[in-house]
Design a protein around this ligand. Sequence first.
Ligand code: SDX
Length: 428
Amino acid sequence: MTEKAILEYDGKKFEFPLVRGSENEVAFDVKTLRAATGGLTTIDPGFKNTGSCLSDITFLNGEKGILRYRGYSIEELAEKADFLEVAYLLIFGDLPNTDQLEKFHADIRKQSVVDDDIKKIIDAFPKSAHPMGVLSSLTSALTAFNPSSVNVNSDEAMYNAIVKILGKFPVLVAWSMRKKQGLPLDYGSSKLGYVENVLKMMFNQPNEDYVQNDIIVNALDKLLILHADHEQNCSTSTVRIVGSSHAGLFASLSAGISALWGPLHGGANQAVLEMLQAIKEDGGDTKKYMAKAKDKNDPFRLMGFGHRVYKNFDPRAKIIKVAADEVLSDLGVNDPILDIAKGLEQEALNDPYFVERKLYPNVDFYSGIIYQAMGIPVEMFTVMFALGRLPGWIAQWKEMRFRKEPIGRPRQIYTGENLRAFVEIEKR
Ligand code: SDX
């Protein structure tokens, strides 16, 4: 028996089928709404109540604080898997066996060099350029050097585009940082693991032998896993809607990077560190910032708090908070910012304004503290988020394209002027 929802409108009743997901989420399918009702439209600013697609990739339960990639819990993946394994899982649907993972990594390594002309594009940027703007531009520019990655209408073409971007993106990430530091734009080593290679490209000094720090490698690997996908967030929805016009994968990812840059989204990890730094310089006066966050006349928000879906703890924030203690202790870093963050968290968790609105720490609240301890500059924090989110964006784009979903084109309700005659300029 098809479950249905009934809408009464204009004295008539209209039935719409219900869609029930594998985790018992329920939606009513309004695909026929306008045709059945003679033009009725839904309105939902920010899509707080609107599903854009069916997806097999990531499951969130905001009330229970659950996050799973292809059915595996984020807790298990963060503990037992590595980032490339999770990338494979998100993109192809299952955890790889040893041969599959080795082939995947080998194919990515073959694509881990970018056209040297990319350096001319980077050189055109001022050192003051924010690395997210550089990264978005370079990612789009990759299309010019890899035109075959636009029309991915076969499994083989899709696979080639995927290993290309997974190979080249870490180079662009590292070079966007080194450009600001005036360091040579060079490569790591194809003998290294995926995350080790990223770190070597980022931190290798031209006049020293590079020594890998396993604490940092493991911490970054875990952080990238925790950021790898998050269903239909702002930047992923951007990647999907840009790709729905059949724009290429790299152009769609470039758009997603720009969406992630915003301080309400991925840019929050940088904004959290800047906020905590300001509190520290203000003598640790967290109460002043709590008051600002609650003041409707003050645009200030407590960065790293709140979430569109999680109305309980963000499970990633829980894992990152534990990791922050471990990494700083293992690295011998004593950062007062961590204590300020913990104090702010405790205050917010006991403040009626935050409790009533179910505002908890999100993924961005503690991640910057670890990045800073690892020696990553604050302006690079959101770039690290993009590096982690890359496999999720790819997986979601691939799902949208292979399901041949229609071009994304929302409707609206017009509230402007009614018809009026043109008035010559002499008479205005
Ligand atoms: C990410 O969607 C995803 O999955 C994103 C992400 C991912 O992995 O892709 O999880 C990554 O973007 C995490 C969020 C990072 N952003 C921040 O930390 C910025 C601070 N947080 C907020 O701006 C806000 O909480 C959002 C943007 C995250 C969510 O905004 P919503 O869902 O649109 O909620 P809202 O703005 O309607 O707020 C509801 C109420 C409002 O108060 P009232 O009008 O009801 O009185 O809560 C208040 C807001 O003013 N509020 C905050 C607040 N967040 C919400 N007040 C103070 N400080 C905050 N941080």
